[in-house]
Design a protein around this ligand. Structure first.
Ligand code: ATP
Ligand code: MG
Length: 569
């Protein structure tokens, strides 16, 4: 490909709307353009990278036994009503009606569609296991579409679904996908970690997220320096902290004027924060009040709350009126003396506290000497808190570290959740009818591209890992108006092309400085410069984008050297 035939409009400044580096650089380097909030067009350079990522994914999905199919983006509401997700999916689902008033959605995911696809034809255990996948646009009306391709409303996802005869088979499929994902992100040249993850609304067994490490990422992950435990902050299990034993003193109600925050209470009563219990009050979609209690210095984990309360799907902060109606008093809460029937969750660590301070459910009053095991009645005790740096690893006890990343892929076991609701069954060896046992596995193709940029950039632009660069190498004649230089560069370009290198010839008659800036911005891993030195001294200069190194080779040696260099990038 020659740059004079390439549509790659670069921008000097990044558009004001772009907040994160990948978004800025994708716009500036001419990879994407915005069509609407969270909806983008891909320009030739961006699309080349997308296709390279897709190709790597395809190869690994096929190698693991997957078969590629294509399913419709438009999905009838009936399927979603069968699974029960038409209502629960909420505003994220883009819904529409046809001219007859029939309801459809633009697929945010395809569990229903694929289960319906196989339910009529997969009849026997002999047809299992089965793995089907597609690479298609997904639609989610995200509350806050932002960060370019990282969180968009239309995005490309590879989604594979596995069908097995039993749980054992499902776990084998899951492991195959887990291994394939590790290969995919390794081949893409990314630094990543598979982390234990929450299953979210999708339901069923266990899950891992494949997180590309980057400080700008929206995901926070906890990992252990001592063993290989790693989990998303939402999922990270926490050990119960057991306080040294103390004799339980009698409960005492004390006045704490205006001390409506944990900071004010601890200062007023002169107790360490570890001796206080704090409350967070939520309501779910049905306006049911849910009260969660953790130690004063801990934070509540909303995902753990949702998992602990049957039927709760989303949480919002509680209205004061709801708290008062349950016998509580905002700023002065405790589980003691609430109306029966109130949903009260207490973190396991709180239950091990002695002679602690908690609210008295009365304005300007707290209790001292709260002993949860003695004083709390009708509460649900569970792990409720958010992990923080230094918490002990649930596996080996070493202190956990926190880091940030971008969830580029996620694998889930689904069990029979969808096959049961949609009636997808098969006959086993004994002629017994059983539901298919499923798993689902997604990779965000555009998000992977964005994550690669977040992880690999500098002040000049993108630094592509070779495997997913729009071109592996660019040949730049310093002065393309000089016929000799241009034809030398063309010969080098042809030679590289013949050797199988994915090469671009920047034959534009722009000033050298402009072309070099564009090369750095777009981030080709290698740049070969053809100038007077090449013609007069037989020196072919190769610049490595990642390190900034400039290496000199001869016309005779450069091809071999370039191949070696590319292998390492
Ligand atoms: P998130 O928690 O970031 O909203 P998710 O867990 O809902 O994502 P999945 O349903 O697991 O996403 O989808 C599989 C993959 O699709 C994700 O790992 C991610 O790479 C990609 N993806 C999901 N939502 C978006 C989006 N709005 N824009 C771009 N990619 C997305
Ligand atoms: Mg996910």
């Amino acid at each position: 490909m020659k740059a004079t035939n390439l549509y790659a409009p670069t921008l000097r400044e990044s558009p004001a709307e772009a907040e994160v580096i990948s978004h800025k650089l994708m716009l500036r380097a001419g990879l994407i353009r915005k069509a609407a909030g969270g909806v983008y067009s891909y320009l030739p350079l961006g699309w080349r990278t997308i296709r390279k990522i897709q190709q790597i994914i395809r190869e690994e999905m096929d190698a693991a036994g997957g078969q590629e199919i294509a399913m419709p983006i438009i999905q009838p509401s009936e399927l979603w009503k069968e699974s029960g997700r038409w209502e629960v999916y909420g505003d994220e689902m883009m819904r529409m009606k046809d001219r007859h008033g029939r309801e459809f959605c633009l697929g945010p995911t395809h569990e229903e569609m694929i289960t319906a696809l196989v339910r009529d034809e997969v009849r026997s255990y002999k047809q299992l296991p089965l793995m089907l996948y597609q690479m298609a646009n997904k639609y989610r009306d995200e509350i806050r579409p932002r960060f370019g391709l990282m969180r968009s409303r239309e995005f490309i996802m590879k989604d594979l679904y596995s069908f097995d005869r039993d749980e054992e088979g499902m776990n084998v499929s899951y492991q195959k996908m887990y291994d394939a994902y590790a290969k995919i992100f390794t081949r893409c040249g990314l630094e990543f970690r598979p982390v234990e993850a929450d299953n979210g609304a999708i339901g069923g067994g266990h899950s891992h997220e494949f997180t590309v490490l980057a400080q700008s990422g929206e995901s926070s992950i906890a990992y252990c320096g001592g063993c290989d435990y790693a989990a998303s902050d939402e999922k990270a299990e926490l050990k119960v902290i057991v306080e040294a034993p103390e004799d339980a003193l009698p409960l005492e109600k004390v006045e704490t004027p205006d001390a409506h925050t944990i900071e004010l209470v601890k200062d007023y009563l002169q107790v360490p924060i570890e001796k206080t219990i704090k409350a967070v009050a939520f309501q779910d979609d049905d306006e049911r009040l849910i009260l969660a209690f953790v130690r004063g210095d801990h934070e509540v984990n909303e995902v753990k709350i949702l998992n602990a309360v049957e039927g709760a799907l989303h949480l919002h902060m509680a209205e004061e009126s709801a708290i008062v109606a349950a016998g509580g008093c905002p700023g002065f809460m405790s589980p003691i003396g609430l109306k029966p029937g109130t949903v009260v969750l207490v973190d396991s660590t709180v239950m091990e506290m002695h002679n602690a301070v908690a609210g008295a459910n009365e304005k300007d009053f707290h209790y001292k000497n709260v002993n949860p095991k003695r004083d709390f009645k009708d509460v649900i005790v569970t792990d409720l808190r958010m992990v923080k740096e230094g918490d002990p690893c649930p596996r080996c006890g070493a202190p956990l570290k926190m880091t940030r990343g971008i969830e580029a892929g996620q694998v889930f076991t689904l069990g029979t959740k969808y096959s049961q609701s949609l009636g997808a069954t098969f006959l086993d060896e004994n002629g017994k009818e059983k539901p298919l046992v499923m798993g689902c596995y997604g990779i965000g193709v555009g998000r992977t591209m964005a994550a690669a940029i977040e992880q690999n950039n500098d002040e000049h632009g993108i630094i592509w890992p070779r495997a997913i660069a729009p071109f592996e190498l660019v040949v730049v004649p310093v002065n393309a108006k000089n016929g000799e230089q241009l034809s030398y560069a063309e010969r080098v370009y042809e030679e590289l092309k013949a050797a199988g290198v994915d090469v671009l010839l920047d034959d534009r008659t722009e000033r050298a400085g402009v072309k070099f800036k564009d090369c750095d911005l777009i981030g080709y891993p290698l740049r070969i410069t053809i100038g007077p030195k090449a013609l007069e001294e037989n020196v072919i200069e190769v610049k490595v984008r990642k390190t900034g190194e400039v290496l000199s080779f001869t016309k005779e040696s450069y091809l071999r050297e370039v191949r070696e260099l590319l292998k390492k990038l």
